[in-house]
Design a protein around this ligand. Structure first.
Ligand SMILES: *[C@@H]1O[C@H](CO)[C@@H](O)[C@H](O)[C@H]1NC(C)=O
Ligand SMILES: *[C@@H]1O[C@H](CO)[C@@H](O)[C@H](O)[C@H]1NC(C)=O
Ligand SMILES: *[C@@H]1O[C@H](CO)[C@@H](O)[C@H](O)[C@H]1NC(C)=O
Ligand SMILES: *[C@@H]1O[C@H](CO)[C@@H](O)[C@H](O)[C@H]1NC(C)=O
Ligand SMILES: *[C@@H]1O[C@H](CO)[C@@H](O)[C@H](O)[C@H]1NC(C)=O
Ligand SMILES: *[C@@H]1O[C@H](CO)[C@@H](O)[C@H](O)[C@H]1NC(C)=O
Ligand SMILES: *[C@@H]1O[C@H](CO)[C@@H](O)[C@H](O)[C@H]1NC(C)=O
Ligand SMILES: *[C@@H]1O[C@H](CO)[C@@H](O)[C@H](O)[C@H]1NC(C)=O
Ligand SMILES: *[C@@H]1O[C@H](CO)[C@@H](O)[C@H](O)[C@H]1NC(C)=O
Ligand SMILES: *[C@@H]1O[C@H](CO)[C@@H](O)[C@H](O)[C@H]1NC(C)=O
Ligand SMILES: *[C@@H]1O[C@H](CO)[C@@H](O)[C@H](O)[C@H]1NC(C)=O
Length: 427
């Protein structure tokens, strides 16, 4: 005989069925569905579901939690979720390139020690631009989320850098050799140097990063790039807020198929291609980049392409190079709002050099082609009045650039460019 089921019974049945389902859905989200409004250059691989949970222990008193972290990551590797819900200290350089099908659920707070002597001797050497990293995270299908905080304890480094410009300050997030992954939402604070190095990696989505690096002394938080991509392809960076003191995003040698969208950058050096051509005998490629819907505040640049001249030289102890070759191809900056930005658009082939005569004598060995800037709006800063843009080289297109300087002009400095391709007021 049929009997009506009470609401409570119904809820219990639904809950019993739904509980495991929720667990599964929350860990098997399609990465592609998160990428919006522009799609990735190639589809991102889905993440597989996770079936075990490992809590990461903590001393909670400033002692090094590296062993706790390694133990949990090893235990939960291949299908688990490591939960960081406490306060952690990391005082050891960790090789995390063994990760596979694992989630790092960070709701707590992770801080690297300020033991500069240790890190100078033990951080991972990445060769390119003498970069080093606190850790190396690689492998396959790794997700980091939870909206917790990872803190690089940068102040001690900002202060030391003033005394030694060749000091190797570690990058906070060393993503090296990762195929498939989603990073974010997570808060990153006070990186000693770049916030992310994304090297030798592919199919990684950065979504919902809250980045801030600030010095509390008179010494600035130098070189705190948001992201540097290197030898990587099919990377997406989106929906993030960046407060820093160098490039917001930077496409270093061999960055291909990179989508950057919906960012708010403040205090930065813009979204930059390069620098490229720094090293003699190397071929640097940046190809297929789409930068869409960026708000750029209080910055030196909005959209920027920087390549070194065709001869090696030294401008300062930590700015030396030139003479390398390569190409920049198919790069689009679409929809950028600028507010108090020195150059809305800056294209230079005299990077790392102040001697213009030398740059004209030895032009860059890179070819730059198929570059489009479109739909720029806003007001620049007073620094370059009456100019809003500066460009060199050929095959650059600019359309619908509605940016004015604070005095209402829209002049552009154009050198060796095909002016008919530019809807700019070249003076
Ligand atoms: C480094 O950190 C320790 C422990 O948190 C603290 O006592 C010390 O003052 C810090 N040193 C510097 C130079 O910031
Ligand atoms: C990338 O991979 C190459 C070749 O395996 C290796 O030599 C290099 O050190 C790696 N670089 C980084 C930054 O991981
Ligand atoms: C970048 O790619 C070019 C072309 O494939 C290659 O010649 C060069 O060695 C690569 N550079 C690096 C740093 O991997
Ligand atoms: C542009 O990015 C902002 C965040 O910086 C976001 O609020 C807005 O919805 C984005 N617009 C489009 C068309 O995606
Ligand atoms: C934005 O950048 C300016 C200039 O660098 C800085 O003064 C300000 O504090 C930054 N805003 C935030 C929210 O960090
Ligand atoms: C050039 O970049 C655009 C995105 O801006 C992309 O749709 C197109 O496929 C790229 N072209 C090539 C030849 O890959
Ligand atoms: C830009 O800088 C000004 C002055 O420091 C500050 O008031 C403003 O909040 C900054 N803009 C953003 C988006 O942080
Ligand atoms: C990299 O480090 C080497 C060795 O310390 C040094 O000679 C070189 O000048 C550094 N290069 C840069 C660009 O900092
Ligand atoms: C141009 O950019 C502005 C914001 O910078 C945006 O509101 C507008 O929708 C964009 N227009 C087109 C045609 O993409
Ligand atoms: C600038 O470069 C030119 C050409 O290489 C050279 O003759 C000149 O001495 C340089 N000037 C300075 C100030 O170094
Ligand atoms: C770079 O260009 C200069 C001319 O500007 C040329 O003499 C030199 O051979 C080139 N170097 C390479 C590595 O292609």
């Amino acid at each position: 005989m049929w009997r009506p089921i009470s609401t409570l019974q119904l809820l219990l049945v639904v809950a019993a069925v739904a509980a495991p389902a929720i667990e599964e859905i929350s860990t098997s989200i399609s990465r592609n569905n998160r990428v919006s409004p522009k799609p990735p250059f190639s589809p991102l691989p889905d993440t597989s579901s996770r079936s075990k949970v490992c809590k990461v222990d903590s001393y909670g008193d400033g002692r090094d939690d590296s062993d706790h972290i390694l133990a949990a990551l090893k235990k939960c590797n291949n299908g688990g979720r490591a939960v960081f819900d406490k306060q952690y200290t990391i005082g050891t350089a960790l090789n995390l390139q063994f990760l596979k099908h694992i989630d790092l659920d960070i709701t707590g707070y992770i801080q690297f020690t300020n033991n500069t002597d240790y890190w100078i001797n033990n951080a991972f050497q990445q060769v390119f631009q003498n970069a080093t990293t606190f850790f190396e995270l690689g492998g396959q299908d790794v997700n980091i989320y939870g909206d917790g905080t990872i803190d690089g304890n940068g102040q001690v480094w900002y202060d030391l850098y003033v005394e030694n410009a060749l000091l190797q300050r570690p990058v906070l997030m060393g993503i090296t050799g990762l195929d498939g992954g989603t990073i974010g939402p997570v808060k990153l604070r006070n990186s000693p140097s770049w916030f992310h190095l994304v090297a030798n990696s592919s199919n990684v989505l950065f979504d919902g990063l809250d980045i801030s690096g600030k010095s509390t002394s008179v010494n600035p938080a130098k070189n705190t790039d948001g992201w540097d991509t290197y030898r990587s392809e099919n990377i997406v960076i989106q929906n993030s807020v960046i407060n820093n003191d160098d490039d917001c995003v930077s496409f270093k040698p061999n960055s291909t198929n990179i989508l950057v969208q919906n960012l708010q950058c403040n205090g930065s050096h813009g979204i930059s291609v390069g620098s490229l051509g720094q090293y003699i005998g190397e071929t640097d490629i940046v190809e297929n980049v789409l930068v869409y819907n960026i708000s750029m505040f209080n910055a030196s640049d909005g959209a920027r392409i920087k390549v070194w001249p065709g001869i090696s030289s030294e401008l300062s102890a930590d700015l030396q190079g030139g003479g390398g070759s390569g190409s920049v191809q198919n790069v689009t900056y679409d929809t950028m709002y600028v507010d108090n930005v020195d150059w809305a658009i800056e294209l230079t082939q005299c990077y790392g050099q102040s001697n213009v005569t030398l740059c004209n004598e030895y032009p860059s060995n890179l070819t730059i082609s198929d570059i489009l800037f479109k739909n720029f709006t806003g007001v620049t800063a007073t620094a370059e009045d009456p100019n809003i843009a500066t460009l060199v080289c050929w095959d650059i297109y600019a359309e619908n650039i509605n940016v004015v300087s604070p005095i209402g002009t829209n002049d552009a400095v154009c050198e060796n460019v095909e002016e008919s391709l530019l809807q700019l007021n070249c003076t």
